[in-house]
Ligand binder design. Sequence first.
Ligand code: ADP
Ligand code: ADP
Length: 210
Amino acid sequence: MKLIFLGPPGAGKGTIATRLAEDEGIPHISTGDIFRENIRNETELGKKVKAILDSGDLVPDELTVELVKDRVSQPDAAAGFVLDGFPRTVPQADALAEFAPVDKVLNFVLDEDEIIRRLSGRRVHKPSGRTYHVLFSPPNEEGKDDVTGEELIIRDDDKPEAIKNRLAVYEKQTAPLIEYYRSRGLLVDIDSAPKPEEVYASVRKELGLA
Ligand code: ADP
Ligand code: ADP
């Protein structure tokens, strides 16, 4: 099962991808998580991409494609994977079609007001990538990770100026992939407005796993 999760930032892709990957025993490959991990560890890659992530712009295609090509060629991805946040441009999609064609693309659909509500309430446990929302899925103790009790943070790119830029970048560079995959017969729309439980159930149904 080789899947792409497509959709605007904040649509809930990561939330669903984490669960699906865990339940199906396939890796959840989030390019955003990989970049953030490199930034946290102050690697060469991390230093190169930090300012780009903070602003909400996209990391150059060549760099991103190499990273994903390398990741999907690891043994744990042989039977399947969930790509979350990749591809984000037509050249990335063209490259992926060459090195790892996918079976299906799930397009998470959510209106802009709700996207902004989700992004502005998002809280993250940096070391693990666990994601919460102050209103919609709060941690047991305010500001603290459920598992480790460590501090939750607000991502720099979830601050208002960066959110605006990310939505503009999504419309211009990533939204064209909806038609790209629809015209290839691979796209399925997922209404991501309901609660995570319900969205997850419709994803499983679409994948024939229900
Ligand atoms: P979100 O979860 O809000 O959709 P991500 O965690 O997927 O955001 O991505 C965070 C940032 O990482 C993006 O704004 C961009 O700077 C960079 N990034 C992630 N994936 C890609 C990609 N496929 N191509 C270019 N840049 C990317
Ligand atoms: P993405 O990976 O698409 O950027 P996330 O999975 O990180 O999105 O979700 C963005 C925010 O919205 C997080 O704070 C998350 O807890 C919350 N969220 C995710 N799915 C839902 C949902 N179905 N209903 C309400 N809030 C949600």
